[in-house]
Design a protein around this ligand. Sequence first.
Ligand code: G6P
Length: 366
Amino acid sequence: EAAEKGGYEHYMLKEIHEQPTALRQAISGRIDEMKGQVDLELDLPAEYLNSLEEVQFIACGTSYHAGLYAAKLFEEYADVRASAEIASEYEFTGGRDPWRTLVVAVTQSGETADTLSALKRAKRAGARTLAVTNTLGSTVTREVDDTVFIRAGPEIGVAATKTFCSQVATLALVAVHVSRKRGTISSAEAQELLSDLRGLPGAVQQVLDAEGQVRLAAEEHGDGDAFFFIGRRLGAPVALEGALKLKEISYDHAEGFPAGELKHGPLALVTSETPVLAVLTEGAKARETLNNVKEVESRGAPVIGCASDVVDAEKFVDKVFTVPELGELEPLVANVYFQLFSYYVANQKGRSIDKPRNLAKSVTVE
Ligand code: G6P
């Protein structure tokens, strides 16, 4: 087993480090940057995409957070109503012609019972379906009209890391494909997003190279009473994912909020013993989020900001983790800091990181 972990103490840490490779696999052979086009071998004709009224992402856990990220990208680029739905809560509410709703099941394993049963509901109602999964031959691939593989390679750690990153990257490719076919983005806009996607493995590598800094921060702040993660727009799903990761593996109380919601309740819980981790990047309304950072700082909370150049974060937060410039994908890169932070907090507490108590890699009951 030690050999399988490739010298890392846990599969989770190995998989966090595999992200640049996983991302290269996700985009390999699929991008024509010169033309601003994507080839995913999808059977989604322009005629269908032009008549599309809505896109619904159905998923659970970490995959749901990838769906939230994707929904925002679709609304922005494909100019179509898009939402992410927790699979166990899903009811199909399509328009007059359900076929014009594209339902996208996002599931790493392709076997999650809640997601499969939501998918069946959508199919029964007459929606068109697409699966975004990591697993060849999985049940979900047999249930849908089309499949896109995220090509992340096997993930052993129960807490999903590289598959989240690869799901978002793959869904961004789908967003470019759909948007180009619908004519809602120019080739120049597509080229920009595709060039960010190409830059993603390198940007993630830069975060991994700063691992020592994250480990120190985890040592300094790891004994907080609770941890809050905040972000806006594309930073909001990343805040949810950051909190989920930390609670899954460290067993500490952690919550993620859209930053603007802090003042409507959670702020009552903020003290000097509640570290706050904020996404302060492009695509995450960093300037507005800084206002929320100030609110928690004045209550004494230590603040760690994952920040790019869009704001002068240093002035306002206790610690800055630097996110390289990468447009709408900066929040996804910030998430890698959250993964490392969770890992080091959990590791210093001696938790069972690869197999947290009460959790399973794939949940096949509803
Ligand atoms: C389980 C895992 C999570 C995962 C979720 C959805 O709860 O512990 O890490 O995000 O299932 O899994 P899926 O395979 O559908 O992406």
